[in-house]
Design a protein around this ligand. Structure first.
Ligand SMILES: C[S@@+](CC[C@H](N)C(=O)[O-])C[C@H]1O[C@@H](n2cnc3c(N)ncnc32)[C@H](O)[C@@H]1O
Length: 233
């Protein structure tokens, strides 16, 4: 077999046939993103990942801008094991949701919270397949959205945010900026500018404000982030 044919055949070998019926063959395509994140959260301590921050200052500042009632439905998309969730609980928010593609990340966050974990709604899901049962007053995403790099997945995320954030509710997105890295955790990401992020959401959201900031990683490197806040029309 020529090397070209071998290369073409390779990706199909990774698809697992789960039904051997001669009439119907359903193929379960493994979710490589999920496997990647399960490995990260199984093998790295929190201070061994570039996105670690002991206090999510910018996220908290955006939260404080909006004077939400303690009964507000608040969700952290791609929460990982960040400290944002426990700060929300400390502030007295009663309807907090943490969602992530990685069960291991959620388990780590639950372990750190101990008894307080029972006060959080937990969801393990790929955000592009998430079907929330409530509408949210505040939707926060630091460094998850930028891992969606195909038009199909980005559109699914935007549609989901439109459907799941109540009228006048808030959306806060933090991604790498155009001055930031092109990869995160070894995966390709999509960088955003204020204009490109706003263009994605402008049909159903009003932009409130955007800022760029440098995040210093635990390894003393600098990553430039863009954070934008929007309000659902
Ligand atoms: C760079 S980490 C950021 C974690 C956290 N937001 C923080 O600021 O510390 C990205 C997180 O997004 C999650 N993630 C990546 N792709 C996702 C997807 N398609 N759906 C849900 N979560 C995802 C990862 O498991 C990981 O926890």
């Amino acid at each position: 077999m020529s090397s070209t044919r071998r290369r073409c055949f390779k990706p199909r070998e990774r698809e697992k046939v789960v039904n051997h019926s001669p009439r119907q063959k359903f193929k379960a395509v493994p979710n490589f993103e999920k496997e990647h994140w399960e490995t990260i959260f199984s093998t790295k301590a929190e201070e061994e990942v570039s996105w670690f921050q002991p206090y999510p200052k910018t996220s908290m500042e955006f939260l404080e801008l909006f004077d939400l009632p303690l009964s507000a439905n608040i969700i952290d998309i791609g929460a990982g094991d960040s400290h944002f969730i426990e700060l929300l609980l400390e502030r007295g928010y009663q309807n907090v949701w943490a969602m992530d593609i990685s069960a291991k990340a959620i388990e780590r966050l639950q372990t750190r919270l101990g008894e307080k974990a029972k006060n959080v709604h937990w969801v393990v899901s790929d955000v592009t397949e998430f079907k929330p049962s409530v509408q949210f007053d505040f939707w926060h995403d630091r460094a998850a959205f930028h891992f969606l790099t195909t038009e199909e997945k980005i559109s699914r995320y935007v549609d989901l945010a439109e459907d799941s954030i109540r009228e006048a509710g808030y959306l806060i997105l933090g991604t790498f900026s155009e001055d930031g890295p092109k990869k995160c955790s070894g995966l390709e990401i999509k960088q955003y500018s204020e204009a490109s992020m706003s263009a994605r959401f402008e049909v159903n959201f009003e932009r409130i404000k955007c800022i760029q900031e440098d995040h210093t990683t635990p390894f003393n490197t600098v990553q430039n982030f863009l954070f934008c806040s929007f309000q659902r029309k």
